[in-house]
Design a binder for this molecule. Structure first.
Ligand code: AMP
Ligand code: MG
Length: 324
């Protein structure tokens, strides 16, 4: 899991040659390509099976580079970048000419982020340019939070995997529409709404979990193979046991309010005790249920405050209707 300077050099070389590099960030592992190379960007969509209309986030090594990539940086965007970069905040701004339309799904806006991870930072510095890096998984499935998850899911499709250990935050960045002076949250994530509001000094809107902003985006996302059913915490045990009796292999994500409850199910995992630990562990737990052969996961939503907002968003999407 130690990444050497020579690994970083090799990875930067792969990016320069138009290849793909899986890289750790504090949120999840990304599948990186040179943002300015339309062919390399196209390979990301191909490897992920992601619809080309679904825009990517451009990662840069330093907030000072932001102006090189966008048309303009409104005062509010500047303030948020100063406070939260490097970190799990993505700012949607007007696209600069440097950003190919392939990376933005044809939009005139671009999503920008400075990740807070020593390996991501080293790679971005060595490479020098911007790296488009969506989560390193097939479109719609659970995001990888370890290098093993990436290898298991993408195998040889990616030229180089930088193993930086487990991602600390564990859920994706918060995406904020910062094109105007009053920002809004497009996707909850690692920076909480409360943190943003504390810096801004006013409250901001969060688009609903089901809001489909981008064409081609399916309501089901972050989804394990097993079907996910969300119920009230006090119904988790009964729902799980009934499904198990009907012949399902049930995985239970046991809420803290009923921690220690006995459940007759195939696999039982307790929700981690703190919301940060829950975010950190969420995608790994969903993968574990799949590995243990569950076909149904019963869970409930956490309180939608702090990181709980991002966790609830991912669980809702995981439970969303699947493509037939
Ligand atoms: P990820 O799959 O984690 O890389 O997240 C990329 C997400 O960023 C997509 O799901 C989009 O919803 C969002 N996004 C990227 N670019 C834009 C943009 N220009 N406008 C709005 N949302 C964007
Ligand atoms: Mg993703």
């Amino acid at each position: 899991m130690t990444v050497t300077t020579s690994d970083i050099e090799k990875a930067a070389e792969v990016l320069r040659a138009g290849g793909l590099v899986a890289l750790p960030t504090e949120t999840v592992y990304g599948l990186g390509a040179n943002a300015e190379d339309p062919a390399a960007v196209a390979r990301i969509f191909q490897v992920k099976g992601r619809p080309p209309s679904h825009p990517l986030i451009v990662h840069i090594g330093d907030a000072k580079q932001l102006d090189d990539w966008v048309e303009e940086v409104p005062t509010t965007a500047r303030l948020l970048a100063e406070h939260f970069w490097p970190g799990p905040l993505t700012l949607v701004l007007r696209r600069g000419r440097r950003v190919p339309l392939e990376a933005t799904g044809g939009l005139q806006t671009v999503a920008m982020r400075v990740p807070d991870h020593p390996v991501a930072h080293a790679l971005l510095s060595a490479f020098g340019g911007g790296v488009t890096a969506p989560s390193a998984n097939r479109f719609g499935s659970v995001s990888p939070t370890t290098a093993d998850h990436v290898r298991a899911e993408l195998g040889d499709a990616v030229e180089f995997v930088l193993d930086g250990g487990a991602c600390t935050v564990g859920v994706e960045s918060t995406i904020v529409d910062a094109t105007g002076e009053i920002p809004s949250i497009l996707r909850p994530g690692g920076v909480t709404r409360e943190d943003l509001e504390a810096v801004l000094g006013y409250s901001i809107a969060v688009s609903s979990a089901s809001r489909v902003r981008v064409p081609g985006q399916h309501p089901s996302h972050y989804a394990p193979r097993a079907r996910v059913v969300l119920v009230e915490p006090e119904k988790v045990v009964i729902e799980a046991e009934q499904a198990q009796e009907l012949g399902h292999q049930v995985g239970v994500l046991l809420p803290t309010s009923i921690a220690g409850a006995a459940v007759k199910a195939h696999a039982v995992v307790a929700v981690p005790p703190s919301v940060a630990a829950y975010a950190h562990g969420l995608f790994g737990i969903l993968r574990e249920f799949d590995q243990r052969g569950c076909d149904l996961i019963v869970a409930s939503l956490p309180m939608e405050e702090g990181l709980g907002l991002a966790i609830a968003n991912r669980l809702r999407r995981a439970a969303g209707p699947r493509p037939s």
